[in-house]
Design a protein around this ligand. Structure first.
Ligand SMILES: Cc1ncc(COP(=O)(O)O)c(C=O)c1O
Length: 387
């Protein structure tokens, strides 16, 4: 069966160049990057080259990059920016890696304010001054949402944070490689990225930490990563992340994202033209070029995901970890949708490898599958009779 993968926000396939960049560090160059002998020096050079490449992608200095095990670890590290008694501001549409870290911070004595979003999924920066407190220490608001692709006004948020002398962290896991990132324009003190969302492997990521920002480490041990993250470095993963960062930077300069956006827009436009009662979640807000989240009234998103998978098309209802769960998406609920509406939504996320032909194939499957599922839906039949 032909298989089309449109779930790149869950994870991306590794690019061949990325795999080649990491391969030697599994076998020939196996040294511990902390060893002072030749073997260690070889892997140390690979780690430091990768640090330069990741820094270049983010507009940062190499010394500001801390390698991590991925986006979840980077987001958890915001706990190292605050202490009990501090106030933290976040948003209702964050990934659980941030929301659950904030929950943990509350349990250990921090105060947390969760900002609402509008119907497009956007935080209003004007809400920030109203919720600031004398003990506000940190704002954590994501750059791009994993479910809708909506881009938050991080530069405006960064300005407000700077005026109020508050730390600002942004989860850029779904933004890196899709839109340009410049930590100085954003004015953030910390920013997380994840390898497997940008064609590097799972289990590696990075946290940008602005020079002079005090970060209490989560892991205790050796003095790796300038004492910000103990543990022997994952050299193959880091080498891969460095290569992926280089390729992402080249792609952004060549504006590859424009052709990705054209494919996404075609998919979106043609589905909307062929399917009644379908809407784009987050329409009207700026979005990353690869993502569209569509709501199909009168069907269960999970059933549509399964029906499409049986025909070879991989899509998702949103956050990968919630696949298979009955809970409606917290992101779509925060955007004001009713649970039934949220449950009828699915996410298509394209990747660098997605072709025009694959989009045409997806278009040959989606409208017909939605129509078939609706025929089986009691609410749709009632709607068809009454309306
Ligand atoms: C916005 C966002 N933040 C954080 C994460 C967690 O990243 P990782 O899978 O590398 O732990 C994800 C993964 O889906 C994400 O989409």
């Amino acid at each position: 069966m032909r298989r089309i993968y449109l779930d790149n926000n869950a994870t991306t396939p590794m690019l061949p160049e990325v795999f080649e960049a990491m391969r030697p560090y599994f076998s020939e160059h196996f040294g511990n990057a902390s060893s002072i002998h030749h073997h260690g020096q070889e892997t140390r050079a690979a780690v430091e080259n990768a640090r330069e490449s990741v820094a270049a992608l983010l507009g940062a200095s190499a010394s500001e990059i801390v390698f991590t095990s991925g986006g979840t670890e980077g987001d958890n590290l915001i706990a190292g920016l605050v202490k009990a008694g501090d106030h933290v501001i976040t948003s209702s549409v964050e990934h659980h890696a941030v929301l659950h870290t904030c929950k943990h911070l509350e349990e250990i004595g921090c105060q947390v304010t969760i900002l609402p979003v509008d119907g497009c999924g956007l935080v209003d920066p004007d809400d920030l001054p109203r919720v600031l407190r004398p003990n506000t220490k940190l704002i954590s608001i994501m750059m791009a949402n994993n479910e809708t692709g909506v881009l938050q006004p991080v530069e405006e948020i960064g300005k407000i944070a700077a005026e109020a002398r508050i730390l600002f962290h942004t989860d850029a896991v779904q933004a890196a490689s899709k839109v340009p990132i410049d930590v100085n324009r954003i004015g953030c003190h910390a920013l997380s990225i994840s390898g497997h969302k940008m064609h590097a492997p799972q289990g590696v990521g990075a946290l940008y930490v602005r020079k002079g920002t005090k970060l209490q480490p989560l892991f205790h041990g050796g003095r790796h990563e300038r004492s910000r993250r103990a543990g022997t470095e994952n050299v193959p993963g880091i080498a891969a992340l460095g290569k992926a960062a280089e390729l992402a930077k080249d792609g952004l300069v060549r504006e590859d994202d424009r052709s990705l956006a054209a494919l996404r827009d075609r998919l979106e436009r043609e589905i909307l033209a062929q399917v009644d009662d379908a809407t784009v979640n987050g329409q009207g807000a700026p979005r990353v070029p690869n993502t569209t989240n569509l709501r199909f009234d009168h069907i269960e998103g999970e059933s549509l995901v399964i029906a499409l998978d049986l025909k070879g098309l991989a899509v998702s209802t949103g956050a990968a970890c919630s696949s298979g769960a009955i809970e409606p998406s917290h992101v779509l609920i925060a955007m004001g949708q009713k649970p039934d509406q949220a449950r009828g939504s699915i996410r298509f996320s394209l990747g660098k490898q997605t072709t025009e032909d694959e989009i045409a194939y997806a278009l040959s499957l989606v409208p017909e599958t939605v129509a078939r599922l609706r025929e089986l839906s009691p609410t749709y039949r009632r709607h068809a009779v009454t309306g």
